[in-house]
Design a protein around this ligand. Sequence first.
Ligand code: AKG
Length: 289
Amino acid sequence: MSDDIHAPAAAAPCPEAPTTAAPPRKPRPLEIEELLVINAEGAHYARCPTIRLQRGDGRVATSRPAGSGSACPPETVVLDGVLSSEECDNIRESFEAAGEFKPPGSATVRRNDVVVWIAPPSVLRLLWRRLAPLHQWLEQSEYTPPGLRPAGLSARLRLYRYSPGQTFLPHYDGSQQGWLLPDQGSKLYEDEQLRSRYTILFYLNSAEEFDGGSTTLFAGGDEHGEALPVHPVRGGGLVFPHGDHPCSVFHSGALVTRGVKYAIRGDILFCERDYMGDGTAMKYFTAYV
Ligand SMILES: O=C(O)CCC(=O)C(=O)O
């Protein structure tokens, strides 16, 4: 479950990232989603019943390339409008109220507070649907091996909180196995047939609310080369390859010097095109589309 550090990836050309326009939005009342929160030690589950995501509003994120030229790591996309402002505020306030944040351990590259959030399928399905512009792009990427397809988001999300003085030092993210929580209140399990290939970050507040804190991407694979700072925008996000992906991106969460930054970290899972597992995973993921 640790954030692995990996060897530098080979340089590769930057393929075209998807660019989409937002469809019209219809406001609907918020619906309450019950979430399970597990603290970083895995010591206990806690109900966090106040999280609300707005369902049925047809929200779809827009996506654009994270940068241009040699400073843009391949396969890296910035997202806008994944979450509404109300949802962002609600998530961070609910987690603060739940009081489950765990401070960083000593001598780790991750020097922020974290809550591991085991999100139920309803939340993951909603988020995945909002990421529709990414589905085809991921599937058709020249780096997606034939026979693999994007499956959805791993149930194991992490909520990060960076206070002044906190940072995530430069590192590579490792591929993770898929975590599934088939039904509300059921047991979380790992499915080795599902492997992550991309990191996804959802920003819960904007760079105006804090100083520092950009997600910094190092195209050359080391922190002394060209750096692309991505400044968080509330409700937006960032996607970049990790782990086994040939374009895995060396990156950091820059030091926060004022204010507090909040972000959700997730993993985008891939599976064999015809993978069905024991039926649970298939049911879980086909429900996404
Ligand atoms: O918080 C950020 O901007 C970076 C997070 C990060 O580096 C990670 O989750 O691997």
